[in-house]
Structure formats: structure tokens, C-alpha cells
Design a protein around this ligand. Structure first.
Ligand code: ATP
Length: 523
């Protein structure tokens, strides 16, 4: 009796000290084997779904489907009653998993199958006791055996409960993380809304995407029509990123002549080529620790595209004339108004570079497809005008907004800004902009066909000094004049940009950029 008590206490201590359920089951089965002289003891655990019994100690799969009555465990779980299974009976069952268990138990003479339930009523699993003697009454009737089962089920339930708690905690943490993530995105999107204005659904989604892009190190490719805000988006990415304190280096690939673009990007040593009197640090090096924004990437010459691809793979580059490679840690943002997939088809853009650039693609919807943004954008441009000029209209009337909504804005937000600024000039300070001051034809349109009131001030005659009284914004007038000259010259050369550029003393690339900027597309 003393001996039995001693064994019982030792077993109880061992069972209560197991940190996990597998440890508990391993200890319990080993203790049962040694205490009751069993050849084997297996513990089968019912999974969370309640459909499968698992026994990790068994070789092979060790899984039993609770709906499969070709093994005895399904029946046992259904009745909830313990029973003996003789060797003869066990041989008749041809379930492969069960035969595997019999084999691993060295084909014992008798098995005792004990279903286990917790005191909270849930089914926990099954104990399989094996020995080479019939008649289990000497074991399963013993108080030590019954006490052990009670302790085992108690500990088993406790383990499941703590596993549930860990699981619950994990679930809670995951949902808190998601909430926290959503809150960060919401706050940063709100900040971004001060510069990237718009209340349309697409704009709201775009801002959230920008925040996510900013939080990653992925290369971003921004695509969208001219004037739709690609620069604003690129700046937003830089400013919301961890590199905001570093430099943002902007390169307009369309504005720099082909022959200079490579040395501008990579830099050069002194004497690397004729005219290189001084060594010059390239823009790649200058972007170290910050963001490199390659605008109009679609205009990058093919030869340079291969070199850029190599830089993007290693962040290593060699300045022209240099012996050694340099390293620059920059984050790349690229933008284009060109349909790059078409350029790839036309063999003007490298497919591998496209995939490298567009790890995080962002598409900006044209303004005409997000008319909800017209009002907030117009008010934003009026505010900017007032801040710059010190006075201006207080807002814009609903009729004026209705008129704006009828226009399709080929020049997108840039064109809206020009229209609003021109209207600001003609609206008394403190009033609202009215429809009659909205010039809804392209201010850079052909002067010969322009319908807008006052359009004549930017005809080529303006250059001769006549009709300039109405000019209130010299910069806009000068740009309009430039656009008119380019358009005329292109017409003169039948659309041949090389000849038109030559006749104006401009590199072809500069002319191309100006055409883009002023939307000179047809001649
Ligand atoms: N959502 C916006 N909120 C506030 N300003 C905007 C927005 N979109 C564009 N703008 C303004 O419109 C003008 C043109 O924008 P931006 O230069 O970013 O366009 P872009 O797509 O880069 O043009 P391009 O194709 O010519 O390079 C800028 O003055 C910019 O500040």
C-alpha cells in the first residue's frame, strides 16, 4: 500500500510538471507502461475539428478518421465506453493505420481501449494499452489506474486551455497589429492628402498604396498621363519613407540629351572624355541614403537601360573613366506617361528592366475619370494662389464647378491648375470664381484655332510687342509663346521633330520634352 502511494505520488508529480501536451502524453504513456507492466501504451489525441485522431508517437502517418468505422477507435468514441480487443479480433480488422499500430506494438495478445473525456465534457482522445495477457480487470479496476486517468485528463484539459489562451492571444495580437497597421496607413494617408489632393475613391486608394509603397524598399513605377501628379506621388513616397531625411534626386530622362545622360547618372573622372575638365559626382552617388526619381524613364536610351539594370541588381556602378566601382544605397522610383508595355513590344524598352522597376506599380487615373476630385483640387489651387499672391478668390461657385465637369482635361491636374490660376487673375479678391472666367480650351492650343477669350495675346505677334497688355502672368505667357512657336515650327517641317529642333537650336530630346510638357501632340 505504502509502495502504491509512493508510486502514485511520483506519477502525479511527473504528470503535473509537463510543459506541453506532447510531453504530458509521452510521460503518461511511459509511466503507464512501467507501472502496469504493459508492452506498449499509445495516446491518440482528437484534433480541434473533432474529426481526426492523431498519435505522433506512432511510426507512419498515425492518423485515424473518426468517421471511418473500419478501425475500432471510431466506434469507441461514439459509445464512450472502454473495451478489450483480443489479438484474434484485432487481426480481423484490415484498416492499414490500425494494423500499423498493432505491428508497432509487436502484435500483443490483448489491447485495452480507453476513451478519455475531460471533466468539462469534451472528448480528449483514446489510450491504447497493450500487453501479452488477457483479463484487464486487475489493472483497470485499480484505484491507482483510475486516479492516474483522472489526473491525466485533468492535466490534458489544462494544457488545451492554455493552448487555447496562447491561440487567443496570438489572434488578438494579430488583429491588433492589423488595426495598428490600418491606423498608421490612415494617419499617413491623411498627411499625404495635404499635397496629393482628392476625395475620389481612386485617389483615396492611391494614397493608401503610396503609404504602403513608402514603407517598403521596393522599386516603384508610377504610370499615368501627363500632368496627373506623378511628381507629387514620387515626392510623397520619399517623404513618407524612412529615407525622408536623405536626398531626393530627380532626373528627367527626357530632358537630358542622350550623350549626357550616362555621365550625369554615373559621374565621371577628370579627363574621362574631351571636355571633362573636372571630376563630377553622378546623380546615382548623390542619391546615396535617399531616393532616386527617374522621371520619363520611357525615354531612356536602350544602351543605358542595360547599364541601369546592372546598377539596380547590385547598387554598384563605375563612373566614366574610373577604375573602381562605387556603391550607392538608393531607393528607386520611376515614372512615365508612356505605355511601357507597348514600348517593350516595339523593342524600345527592356522587358527585364520593366519588371525590375515595377516591383510596386502605381497607376494614376486621369482627372476626367475622377471628377469628384475637381472641387477639392480647384480649392487647393485657389488656396495656393492666395498664399503666393497674398490675395485672391475665396472659392469657386457651383456653376463654375459644373462647367469644369464638362471638360475632359487632356493635361489633367496641371491643366486644371492653369485654368484655375487664370480664373483667379480675373476674379476680384474675396469672390468666388464664376463660369465666365474659366478658359476651357487648352491654353497651349494652336493660336490660330483657339476659341478662348483673350487667346490672341499669345499669338506670335505678341513677340513683336503688340497685344501684351493683358498679360498678368509672364511665366504662363512665355510658356504659351514657346508652345506656339514649337507648334508652328513643327507644322513648317511636317512634324519632323529632328528638323524642327535643329531649326530652333534645341537638342531633339529637349524639344521632345517641351512637346510633352505643353501637350503639343498634333501639328
Ligand atoms: N492630386 C494632386 N493634388 C495636388 N496637386 C496636384 C495633384 N495632381 C497634380 N497636381 C499638381 O499638378 C501639377 C502637375 O503635377 P505633376 O508635375 O506631378 O504631374 P506629372 O504627372 O508628373 O506630369 P508630367 O507627366 O508632365 O511629368 C503640379 O503643379 C502638381 O502640384
Amino acid at each position: 500500500m505504502q509502495m502504491e502511494l509512493h508510486t502514485g505520488i511520483e506519477l502525479a508529480i511527473a504528470l503535473t510538471h509537463q510543459p506541453t501536451l506532447p510531453d504530458l502524453l509521452k510521460t503518461a504513456t511511459t509511466q503507464l507502461e512501467t507501472t502496469f507492466g504493459l508492452t506498449h501504451c499509445w495516446a491518440l489525441e482528437l484534433d480541434l475539428s473533432g474529426r481526426t485522431l492523431h498519435c505522433s508517437a506512432l511510426p507512419g502517418e498515425g492518423e485515424f478518421d473518426c468517421g471511418d468505422f473500419s478501425h475500432p477507435f471510431a466506434h469507441l468514441l461514439q459509445t464512450g465506453k472502454a473495451r478489450e480487443l483480443t489479438r484474434a479480433a484485432s487481426h480481423r480488422l484490415d484498416h492499414p493505420g490500425f494494423q500499423n499500430l498493432i505491428e508497432a506494438s509487436k502484435r500483443p495478445e490483448s489491447l485495452w481501449l480507453e476513451p478519455l473525456r475531460g471533466n468539462d465534457g469534451r472528448t480528449l482522445g483514446i489510450l491504447v494499452l497493450c500487453r501479452n495477457a488477457p483479463d484487464w480487470s486487475g489493472i483497470v479496476g485499480q484505484p491507482l489506474y483510475l486516479g492516474l486517468l483522472q489526473l491525466l485528463t485533468h492535466q490534458w484539459v489544462a494544457q488545451l486551455q492554455s493552448r487555447d489562451q496562447v491561440w487567443q492571444r496570438r489572434l488578438l495580437k494579430r488583429s491588433l497589429d492589423t488595426l495598428h497597421d490600418a491606423e498608421t496607413v490612415r494617419k499617413q494617408s491623411q498627411t499625404l492628402a495635404n499635397t496629393l489632393v482628392g476625395t475620389s475613391d481612386v485617389m483615396t486608394r492611391l494614397r493608401a498604396q503610396i503609404v504602403r509603397a513608402a514603407g517598403s524598399q521596393l522599386s516603384v513605377l508610377i504610370q499615368g498621363e501627363t500632368g496627373c501628379g506623378k511628381d507629387v506621388v514620387a515626392t510623397g513616397i520619399h517623404e513618407l519613407s524612412g529615407r525622408a531625411d536623405g536626398p531626393m534626386v530627380v532626373v528627367n530622362c527626357a530632358a537630358i540629351p542622350d550623350s549626357l545622360l550616362e555621365s550625369e547618372l554615373f559621374g565621371h573622372t577628370k579627363g574621362a572624355f574631351s571636355g571633362a575638365d573636372q571630376a563630377k559626382e553622378g546623380l546615382l552617388a548623390q542619391a546615396n541614403g535617399g531616393t532616386l526619381f527617374l522621371d520619363e524613364i520611357g525615354d531612356m536610351p536602350m544602351a543605358l537601360q542595360s547599364k541601369l539594370l546592372r546598377v539596380l541588381e547590385s547598387r554598384q556602378f563605375r563612373p566614366l573613366g574610373a577604375q573602381k566601382e562605387q556603391h550607392s544605397d538608393f531607393r528607386l522610383v520611376a515614372a512615365t506617361h508612356q505605355p511601357l508595355r507597348q514600348s517593350i513590344e516595339d523593342s524600345n524598352f527592356r522587358r527585364d528592366l520593366f519588371y525590375r522597376l515595377s516591383q510596386f506599380p502605381l497607376q494614376i487615373t486621369p482627372l476626367r475619370e475622377r471628377l469628384d476630385d475637381l472641387e477639392p483640387l480647384s480649392r487647393h489651387f485657389i488656396r495656393l494662389y492666395r498664399e503666393r499672391e497674398g490675395a485672391g478668390p475665396s472659392g469657386i461657385s457651383s456653376h463654375a464647378l459644373k462647367l469644369l465637369a464638362t471638360y475632359d482635361f487632356p493635361g489633367n491636374a496641371r491643366e486644371l491648375r492653369n485654368i484655375v490660376e487664370l480664373a483667379c487673375l480675373q476674379t476680384p479678391a474675396g469672390d468666388d470664381i464664376q463660369p465666365d472666367v474659366l478658359r476651357l480650351t487648352d491654353v497651349f492650343a494652336d493660336p490660330c484655332t483657339a476659341q478662348a477669350p483673350g487667346a490672341e495675346w499669345y499669338s506670335t505677334e505678341a513677340a513683336a510687342g503688340s497685344g501684351t497688355e493683358e498679360i498678368r502672368d509672364l511665366k504662363a505667357a512665355a510658356q504659351a509663346f514657346e508652345a506656339a512657336v514649337i507648334r508652328e515650327r513643327l507644322r513648317q517641317y511636317g512634324g519632323n521633330r529632328a528638323q524642327a529642333a535643329d531649326s530652333l537650336g534645341l537638342p531633339k530630346r529637349t524639344l521632345a520634352h517641351k512637346c510633352l510638357k505643353y501637350q503639343v501632340t498634333q501639328v
